[in-house]
Design a protein around this ligand. Structure first.
Ligand code: BEZ
Length: 202
């Protein structure tokens, strides 16, 4: 599949006649909602796990040196906590462009923090998109993120802001927090002059 999903997303017309739609955010939408919204509420979706498995060519990396950003991968029984935004369907043209590097719109059941449910929409970069990087050890993902940057800024900023936003939401996300831990530990070792080389020579 081409990584540019703009045209494919235009054919997703399911919500076009709706006045308002709940959009589930699990990544940059949580800490960078750069679109108008009518309300926001913590919510979760079930059967999906947040993973730093999607390559970013246009925000947190480049075509030559992609960054790593989150997508959702199917995982039975897993609950992914995020933020739902109530938006009008016009917002999707903006998001289709912003997230054109592999993300497609899907319908999803949503559960709000008070137990209410509804059908909403979520953007997911599936494993068949050309920018998909897939799994790697979390320490390796942290090293990758530490070295990448793109037009939207350093890849590390994306990770740290996401981890902070998830903490504020009270989300337990072992994958994101483990990568954050590796990244922060590596930067502390750099500052202290206790990098790999000095450890090896001591
Ligand atoms: C999100 O934060 O939900 C999101 C992540 C990537 C693309 C679109 C949305």
């Amino acid at each position: 599949m081409s990584p540019d999903t703009t045209a494919q997303n235009k054919s997703m017309t399911h919500f076009d006649q709706h006045q308002e739609v709940w959009l589930f955010g699990y990544g940059s939408l949580i800490f960078r909602p750069d679109f108008p919204f009518l309300a926001r509420r913590p919510a979760c979706i079930t059967g999906w796990a947040r993973r730093f498995w999607q390559g970013s060519h246009d925000h947190r990396g480049t075509l030559e040196r992609p960054g790593r950003v989150v997508t959702l991968v199917p995982q039975a029984g897993t609950r992914c906590l995020g933020m739902a935004f109530l938006v009008t369907p016009e917002v999707f043209a903006h998001l289709d462009f912003r997230e054109k590097n592999g993300y497609l719109r899907f319908r999803t059941p949503l559960t709000f923090d008070d137990g209410d449910t509804c059908e909403g929409l979520v953007y997911i970069a599936t494993e068949d998109n050309a920018a998909f990087l897939g799994p790697a050890p979390e320490a390796a993902i942290a090293r990758h993120i530490a070295s990448a940057a793109g037009p939207s800024g350093p890849n590390s900023e994306y990770l740290l802001r996401l981890a902070e936003a998830l903490r504020e939401l009270g989300a337990e996300d072992e994958h994101v927090f483990a990568i954050e831990h590796h990244l922060l530990r590596a930067s502390t070792e750099d500052v202290d002059g206790r990098g790999k080389d000095s450890v090896a020579s001591s």
